[in-house]
Design a protein. Structure first.
Length: 233
């Protein structure tokens, strides 16, 4: 693999739902219905999960009011399941996982030991195996957070999050906005995804990185001044 330097900015149209998640199927398609940008779905997660609970196929158990877990899920001891939660088939929820509220885990996900989740959607086969915090975030299919990687979902000055595209700012109107992560993204251990981080599909984040802004598709984030394109040979 050859690494080639390239600027990290993207245009607004490249961040639209149809470009960011081009092959959406149900149930995810309905989450993004009416959204121009993927972060517009964050305030809809609660009602989306609630509406889905009455339409689940056979094989789900309501383990407590508003919490539905598929019978194939491996649920370890000492897991906390809060409110308005769906865990799809073949997931693994490890000891000490803390699912607060409004959490959807797609098929085959790993929700690891001592991880916390709040207002979050995990597409199928997402792995968050060790000491992760995922709040007000959407993680794309087959994405992976290394041990201790976190989504920071509120700015220190408590102002609303803005997205800085190449052709101008995008006002999200959101105070709580962790990260939007595309498909097959690798986030290195102990990295922090600052509020409003957007990681496009097939991007990689070096360990111990404080990430802010947009990382384009098929790029490697080494530091804020060193974002390089992956070039296959």
């Amino acid at each position: 693999m050859v690494l080639k330097k390239r600027g990290a900015m993207m245009k607004k149209k490249d961040l639209e739902c149809k470009a960011f998640y081009p092959s959406l199927e149900e149930p995810y398609q309905s989450l993004f219905e009416g959204c121009q940008y993927p972060w517009e779905a964050l305030p809809k997660i609660k009602t989306w999960i609630s509406a889905m609970q009455g339409q689940l196929p056979s094989g789900f158990q309501e383990v407590k009011k508003g919490v539905f877990v598929h019978e194939s899920v491996k649920l370890y001891p000492n897991v906390y399941l809060g409110e308005n939660i769906i865990i799809m088939a073949n997931c693994e929820v490890r000891p000490g996982a803390f699912l607060r509220e409004n959490v959807f885990a797609g098929e085959g996900c790993v929700l690891g030991n001592s991880c916390e989740f709040k207002n979050a959607v995990l597409f199928p086969h997402v792995q968050t195996p060790h000491y992760n915090y995922v709040g007000d975030s959407i993680l794309g299919e087959y994405s992976h957070l290394g041990a201790g990687a976190l989504t920071s979902n509120v700015k220190s000055d408590k102002t609303l999050v803005k997205i800085h595209a190449e052709d101008g700012e995008l006002e999200t109107g959101l105070k709580k906005f962790g990260a939007i992560v595309g498909e097959q993204v690798e986030v290195g251990c102990q990295s922090v995804l600052n509020p409003g981080t957007v990681l496009c599909s097939h991007s990689n984040i070096y360990p111990l990185s404080p990430v802010r802004g947009i990382v384009p598709p098929k790029h490697i984030y080494k530091d804020k001044n060193n974002i390089v394109q992956k070039e296959e040979r």
